[in-house]
Write a protein that binds this ligand. Structure first.
Ligand code: VGL
Ligand code: ZN
Length: 224
């Protein structure tokens, strides 16, 4: 057992996968074998997250007259602090609570995770990170992910799933900032924007925050 090491499988849900997902990431489903392989490794804690929105979530373009999904930006202010804001992309409705689109995909062996955590339930705020929305002064709508890692004595975290450039990236950056030794296993993720420029920008942003980008064949995953 890797006693202080956790795996987080981010948002491996129908709405982020072809053929029917409302916010399908190209080839999103194709990382299932990689992720199932990782689930067979002796992590002390394996967590899956779900993006889990109410129908009227602030990130849905349909909530903003004239807005276009994937294109329009919206600035969200912390409900608890007018000086904290986040400007972010608007999306098609996705991962709506109690709909098929919110289900973890069948191919993902989710019975092998210790814990499934939901995020994004508060309609007023966006939460790409598994820890919670970016508003921290004071914290708003935190998911409990950080508490679970702490309680398990975890110091090192591997992050995989969907999408590389949104929820995986923000989870990894938050984890590194919280002091975890943080790895993203890039070939167990897929991005919304798969252009080389966008991928490079996401990698750079994560590396800047101290995240290490690795691949499935890395020595880090043999840990001998
Ligand atoms: C995500 C866009 C909107 C993600 C969630 O899981 O990366 N992306 N909501
Ligand atoms: Zn979402």
């Amino acid at each position: 057992m890797w006693s202080k090491v956790a795996l987080a499988v981010i948002d491996f849900q129908e709405d982020f996968c072809p053929p029917n997902g409302s916010l399908a990431v190209n080839d999103g489903r194709s990382i299932a074998p990689a992720i199932n392989h990782l689930l067979s490794l002796p992590f002390a804690l394996k967590v899956a997250t779900r993006d889990y929105h109410p129908v009227d979530h602030i990130s849905f373009a349909t909530q903003h007259p004239g807005a276009q999904p994937f294109v329009s930006q919206h600035t969200i202010t912390s409900p608890e602090n007018k000086d904290e804001t986040q400007t972010t992309t608007l999306w098609p409705p996705h991962c709506v609570q109690r709909t098929k689109g919110a289900d973890l995909i069948q191919e993902f062996e989710s019975s092998k995770v210790d814990l499934i955590l939901d995020k994004g339930q508060d309609k007023r705020v966006e939460s790409y990170s598994a820890f919670g929305p970016p508003f921290r002064k004071p914290p708003v709508a935190m998911s409990g992910f950080g508490t679970k890692l702490k309680d398990a004595g975890v110091t090192k975290l591997f992050v995989v799933g969907l999408a590389f450039d949104f929820c995986v990236k923000h989870t990894a950056i938050d984890a590194a900032r919280e002091g975890y030794e943080t790895y993203v296993i890039e070939d167990a993720t897929k991005a919304v924007d798969q252009s080389e420029n966008a991928l490079a920008a996401s990698r750079a942003e994560m590396e800047q925050a101290g995240v290490k980008i690795i691949h499935l064949d890395s020595d880090e995953l043999t840990m001998n």
